[in-house]
Design a binder for this molecule. Structure first.
Ligand SMILES: Nc1ncnc2c1ncn2[C@@H]1O[C@H](COP(=O)(O)OP(=O)(O)OP(=O)(O)O)[C@@H](O)[C@H]1O
Length: 257
């Protein structure tokens, strides 16, 4: 962990019709941290995430990534700068195998995607090596030849994480990585997210509803409520914050904390 700021969102506002989905929200993500973005349903998390990653243009505010203003930059240019992301809805190809899905990501990043058919020589070896590395990192090597649709949800999620790594990011944005997963699968993915930082030295920003996961994984937590910034702090501060507790009242997610 360092003091350097990897990502900075400054007074972001995004309006849909009359709804201020995100209203003047600022946040900083420090390099080498695991940072969670939380909030009750409809708080504006996905919209804020989209503004950061270039899938929604904010009406106001600025997004800086590695010190560069990326607010109006196309999504693919942010990816080229080192911003990787996964989506709430799966962005993988269910009928293709795990290997093929990851290979697509690696080939696209290496600019080989437009070349139909097999690669040869050095280009093929480089792609093979990277695919093997990513499969090993998410522990899916033994399932590489299975169509993704046949795998457990947790393994599908791991394949998505591997695909987000295929672009060699320094910052990984994960949109609800645990959604719909059983507890054992959740633990498996938590281990991989910890390894993103420990073994790969990456910075992670994730949106998550599962408070057990958030409190155990995150170094910092930003809380949104009805489009506004409600609180920001370390897990213990957030768990004890009365405004956060009231925002979640009735949802039961903080009851056991
Ligand atoms: N494309 C859109 N058009 C109109 N309204 C939208 C659009 N996207 C989001 N909204 C509205 O903006 C607000 C914030 O939505 P958003 O999906 O960002 O919240 P969220 O915190 O991610 O919610 P959840 O936890 O349920 O996924 C909601 O009131 C939502 O209905």
């Amino acid at each position: 962990m360092s003091d350097a700021i990897m990502l900075e969102a400054d007074s972001i506002t995004k309006v849909f019709g009359g709804v201020r989905a995100v209203d003047d929200v600022s946040m900083q993500v420090r390099e080498g941290t695991i940072h969670a973005l939380i909030g009750p349903n409809g708080a504006g998390k996905t919209t804020f995430f989209n503004a950061i990653s270039g899938f929604a243009m904010p009406e106001h505010g600025q997004v800086r990534f590695k010190g560069v203003d990326v607010t109006r930059m196309m999504n693919w240019r942010r990816v080229a700068m080192g911003m990787g992301r996964t989506f709430q809805t799966p962005s993988v190809f269910p009928e293709l195998t795990v290997d093929e899905n990851i290979r697509l990501g690696v080939r696209a990043h290496a600019n080989h995607a437009f070349r139909l058919g097999a690669l040869r020589g050095e280009a093929k070896r480089a792609v093979d090596t990277r695919v093997d590395e990513l499969l090993g990192f998410v522990n899916l090597a033994d399932q590489r030849d299975r169509p993704l649709a046949e795998l457990a949800h947790g393994s599908q999620r791991l394949c998505e994480i591997a695909m987000s790594l295929s672009t060699d990011p320094v910052l990984v944005l994960l949109d609800e990585p645990m959604a719909g997963l059983a507890e054992a699968e959740t633990d498996r993915i938590m281990g991989v997210i910890r390894d993103l930082r420990l073994r790969l030295g990456l910075t992670v920003l994730f949106v998550e509803h599962n408070m057990r996961v958030v409190l155990s994984l995150a170094d910092r937590i930003t809380v949104l409520d009805r489009g506004k910034l409600l609180a920001e702090g370390a897990p213990a501060e957030i768990a004890a914050n009365n405004a956060v507790r009231s925002a979640y009242l009735g949802e039961g997610v903080l009851d056991h904390v």
